[in-house]
Design a protein around this ligand. Structure first.
Ligand code: PMP
Length: 419
């Protein structure tokens, strides 16, 4: 058995920056079970990252494992329709208000990319309007810059006063989050060229203010713009109907990922039948789409079983309760030491932000003390909470013992940043 340090060295030899992606390469997980994960040295953590969201039930839920193990010997992928994928699509249509038809892809990035292409195909328009700080995956449609080498720097760029940061491609418009007047003026000028507005109904950790999503809906209706909710994170997390149910605003298209594959690579575009019809060959607005692993039955049964468990009485209440308790613990520990902060987001996913201003858009997040947050998170991790600098994700698997571990960790982290 190798130590984690040895694995980190081996990873560096074969992976750029020693990692699978743009995240901290010192994060290794050997195993997960329920609410816990273990690193390669055997150190145990309470998992508040849960794979960046998908593992809503925690790791290795016995019913999900059973469903997967039943499917695997019967075949893992066919490039053909299968009944589990149809059942999953039916369930998505029952659960998600805007979903009349569903098309599968493998990642949230792809779902966002196709949703934007679909809006272009449907409207015959070119421009996409997104919000500062909005993250819609790594597909080309989500990127603001034409220069490929700058793509990674740009998804969260802050615009100048004209709403368009320098170097942004001509088919992209960017508006500040939670500013309906700015949005209205941008659309008054460009509305007839805008195919879609794409928005996270809660932007990472920044909640939409009351009325903002409805204002976006109204502006889309006024200008014939397709409204896309990026629910890759909020779908099946903010309750069974996602953010559109919670906030009572229905988009034309929603992108889903994370939870719907139960931990496997599965994502979807779900939306109004007339727009989704652009996926149909023969339509004069035909948009070609295909993917080798799309809708494979292993991911579908894992997703279906995950959803069945989430539908049971009390599941979402428990997740939300645990999130509220953790938010309160973190806040109380910092308040007791006089550290200015905001616990931003929602009970199902939140982050502690070191700032003395309200968090209403991406500029407020950028203005906060990132160094302090990094120091705080280092202590949390040291004290046994597995999480990224991005946000805290709540699973159904959390126990009372986990709550006690978290409380001690939040106290220690608050103490560290108070000095
Ligand atoms: N949209 C949002 C709002 C996301 O948070 C993410 C991923 N965290 C994506 C899209 C992209 O999903 P994926 O990583 O599966 O490509």
């Amino acid at each position: 058995v190798l130590t984690q340090a040895e694995w980190i060295e081996r990873a560096k030899a074969v992976l750029p920056a020693g990692g699978f992606g743009n995240f901290d390469a010192s994060y290794f997980v050997r195993e997960g079970k329920g609410s816990r994960v273990w690193d390669e040295d055997g150190k145990e953590y309470v998992d508040l990252l849960i794979g960046s969201g998908p593992m809503m039930l925690g790791h290795g839920h016995p019913e999900v494992v059973e469903a997967v193990l039943e499917q695997v010997p019967k075949g893992m992928t066919f490039f053909a329709n299968n009944h589990s994928g149809v059942e999953l699509a039916e369930e998505i249509c029952r659960a998600v208000a805007c979903a009349e038809k569903v098309r599968y892809v493998s990642t949230g990035s792809e779902a966002d990319m196709y949703a934007m292409r679909l809006a272009r195909a449907f409207t015959g328009r070119d421009k996409i309007l997104k919000f500062e700080g909005g993250y819609h995956g790594m597909g080309p449609e989500a990127q603001m810059s034409l220069a490929p080498t700058r793509l990674v720097n740009f998804p969260q760029a802050v615009p100048d006063s004209a709403g368009i940061p320098e170097g942004v491609r001509a088919d992209m418009l960017i508006a500040p989050y939670n500013d309906p007047d700015y949005l209205e003026s941008l659309c008054a000028e460009h509305g007839k060229d805008i195919a879609a507005i794409i928005i996270e109904p809660l932007q990472r950790i920044v909640p939409a203010q009351p009325g903002f999503l409805q204002a976006v809906r109204d502006i889309c209706d006024k200008h014939g713009i397709v409204l896309i909710f990026d629910e890759v994170v909020t779908g099946f997390r903010f309750g069974y109907g996602g953010a559109q149910e919670r906030y009572g605003v229905t988009p034309d298209l929603a992108t889903l990922g994370k939870v719907i594959g139960g931990g496997f690579a599965l994502a979807a575009i779900a939306g109004k039948a007339d727009i989704m019809a652009c996926f149909e060959k023969g339509s004069d607005k035909w948009l070609m789409q295909v993917g080798t692993l799309s809708g494979n039955p292993v991911a579908a049964v894992a997703g279906l079983k995950t959803m069945e468990i989430l539908r049971r009485e009390g599941a979402y209440e428990k997740i939300s309760d645990n999130g509220k308790r953790l938010m309160a613990m973190a806040s109380k520990a910092l308040d007791a030491r006089g550290v200015p902060h905001v616990v931003a987001g929602a009970p199902e996913m939140f982050e502690v932000i070191f700032t003395d201003r309200d968090i209403t858009n991406y500029r407020d997040v950028v203005a906060a003390d990132a160094k302090k947050l990094a120091a705080y998170n280092t202590v949390l991790r040291d004290k046994g909470l597995f999480k990224s600098d991005g946000k805290t994700y709540i699973s159904l698997a959390l126990t009372e013992e986990d709550m006690d571990i978290a409380k001690a960790a939040y106290e220690a982290a608050a103490e560290a940043v108070a000095n």
